[in-house]
Design a protein around this ligand. Sequence first.
Ligand code: 5CA
Length: 501
Amino acid sequence: MPPPITGPEILKIRHLDLRLAEKQGGAEAGIAACPGTQPCGKQCGTSVAPTERPQMLLSRYFLPVLKETPADAEIVSHRLMLRAGMIKQASAGIYSWLPLGYRVLRRIEQIVHEEQQRAGHIPMLMPTLQSAELWKESGRYDAYGPEMLRVRDRHDRDMLYGPTNEELITDIFRSNVASYRALPLTLYHIQWKFRDEVRPRFGVMRGREFLMKDGYNFDLTKDAALHAYNRHLVTYLRTYERMGLQAIPMRADSGPIGGDNTHEFLVLADTGESEVFYDSAVTDIRLGERDIDYDDMNQCRSVMEEFTSLYARTDETHDEAVFAQVPEERRRSARGIEVGQIFYFGTKYSDAMGATVQGPDGKPTPVHMGSHGIGVSRLLGAIIEASHDDKGIIWPEGVTPFHVGIVNLKQGDASTDSACEGIYRQLGAEGLTALYDDRNERAGAKFATMDLIGLPWRITVGPRGLANGRVELTSRRGGESEELAPEEAIARLRDIYAVHR
Ligand code: 5CA
């Protein structure tokens, strides 16, 4: 979960808002514009997640947009992330997350946390650097090959930058859990991983350092572990749908993680690195707003079956003979972006590392395990691949870095300035985040920036509309505009975002 807001962050927000307050001559602006919803104490009466809630004046932000299209970026998501000032390459496959990119990354993490915890999975945090000892115990130290970044510390101990965490979590489990009564248990974290990919490319899509959510279930029996598998499948479907994505579970190959049961989640996109084969009817299924009881084994299994019984496989498991049974008009081959993968691997790690619990019969029993990953940083690329046009990104409401952009068409004009500031404050008071373009720029340049960074809604304020008490609310996706009174525009946004919190 994002940390609570700290002193300097509050000061920064207050600083921005006080600038507005000063301009307006009203001290209460500083309070109204702090848009959080939870009590945080005396400074402002509300608390905000430092990376998400605060309002922002564009003149005070750090948004280094690029005018030129970067020559070395091959796919549209990589080009747009660079152009929109979201990331900067630090070295091959390793990126700094600039403020706008960081906001979206945090938003995606937030959704992942919410959906994991809704299913009863418990968050924690393991380190990036791991001791090689555990990997020697599981037998994967040599098996993992050159993708693993190996380092030696000053005491000549072998360490590695974790490419995944099965060993570390199994060690934590075996050191602390002795009885079957502690089961079922699912622990997860969101942490940076390192894989020394031969060809890092496509920006955050195939990085060397990347952010992953990885979760691990521990269960007494195979049936219980398969329930954990199905439960994860359902949480993933909901997670991706909240991000505005359709990710299709496809039967896959388990690679170095091991086990026979595994599904990858693929977002269809021409630029995807995986070749996939599927029955087109699978694209008609949605989880939607169904009420799911994650403890209900039958319900989770039936959702899993509904989503995985039609043919959908990656090239590694593709079988022409089985595919031929799909009606010809529904057979599709395409490309896809893998945004997650779930595994059930039984007792592979618990046998190798002695992770047993005392069973109901009093005998030591190796636990059944699975691991479940979401490519958190890759998701930004996948969402942009799925949602953009020739002007820039179009963020789905669920992940947008700011709920709305405000464009002042005549900066410096007393009435447009004051209308913009009022709207900005009111949005904040409603818990909606706004990026207010208060720069002295031409209207065209302001629109181009807003279109590039892809906020789903824009409020445009100009002297002509204001003369009739109207501002313009524009949808980034459809491009359609409506003239509304400022309070109507705000009410409209409140309704739109009510389902995305
Ligand atoms: N231990 C298991 C599950 S926790 C595991 O490591 N699974 S994985 O290898 O499939 O990775 C999980 C997800 O991380 C992938 O589905 C993918 O979305 C993302 N991912 C993997 N490699 C990269 C990479 N080089 N760059 C960006 N994301 C990646």
